[in-house]
Design a protein around this ligand. Structure first.
Ligand SMILES: Cc1cn([C@H]2C[C@H](O)[C@@H](COP(=O)(O)OP(=O)(O)O[C@H]3O[C@H](C)C(=O)[C@H](O)[C@H]3O)O2)c(=O)[nH]c1=O
Length: 180
């Protein structure tokens, strides 16, 4: 397993060790011991999975403390451009984002600790996005930033994504009083 840091402290990219043979492939998609050794010392309590067609944008979401979530995300079918926005008030990279393509092909995983707004745009039909969370869903703790916030200037490479009514009215970063 290879672990790579990113320009934003805390965000990590995990490249699993894949065993290929004439049957196909095998890899460990999570190991508490091995992930703790590389700095992902988290207790995951909930797994989520979503299916989306091409051009679907989910996010940018977070849950406020005490229900803040760390997320270990990956794609098991199709591909996404995954985005994490630093909303840690005292962070030197506050308001900056990191993007990475996650796909069933590259088998990469992305660790997003609490303190980030998270979202993705799907690049293919029948994209299945699955992730482990360090806290349970708590509807009343949900917050978010609207996908096309000009201050974030995220390069989604799409003009009109398919988004939920809820996501279309999320706040601007400038109006967000970050709980982190
Ligand atoms: C997140 C969540 C949702 N739900 C219910 C609530 C709604 O009735 C339905 C769809 O929820 P939502 O539209 O918020 O789903 P997404 O837009 O995929 O939300 C996710 O999108 C971005 C990418 C994230 O990082 C978050 O994990 C999460 O907010 O599932 C649950 O029952 N449990 C849950 O943990």
């Amino acid at each position: 397993m290879n672990i790579k840091s990113t320009p934003i402290e805390g965000l990590l990219i995990i490249e699993p060790r894949v065993f290929k043979d004439d049957r196909g492939y095998f890899f460990e998609s999570y190991s508490q011991k091995k992930y703790k050794e590389v700095g992902i010392d988290a207790e995951f309590v909930q797994d989520n999975q979503s299916l989306s067609q091409k051009g679907t944008l989910r996010g940018l979401h977070f849950q406020a403390p005490p229900f803040a979530q760390g997320k270990l995300v990956r794609v098991i079918s199709g591909s996404v451009l995954d985005i994490a926005v630093d909303i840690r008030t005292n962070s030197a990279t506050y308001g900056q984002y990191f993007s990475i393509e996650l796909s069933a092909q590259n088998q990469l995983q992305f660790w997003i600790p609490p303190g980030f707004a998270h979202g993705f745009i799907t690049l293919e039909d029948n994209t299945i996005f699955t992730y482990k969370c360090t806290n349970y869903y708590d509807k009343n703790s949900e917050g978010g930033i609207v996908w096309n916030d000009p201050d974030l200037n995220i390069e989604w490479n799409i003009a009109e994504p398919l988004i939920s009514e809820k996501d279309a009215i999320l706040s601007l970063l400038q109006d967000l009083k970050s709980p982190f």
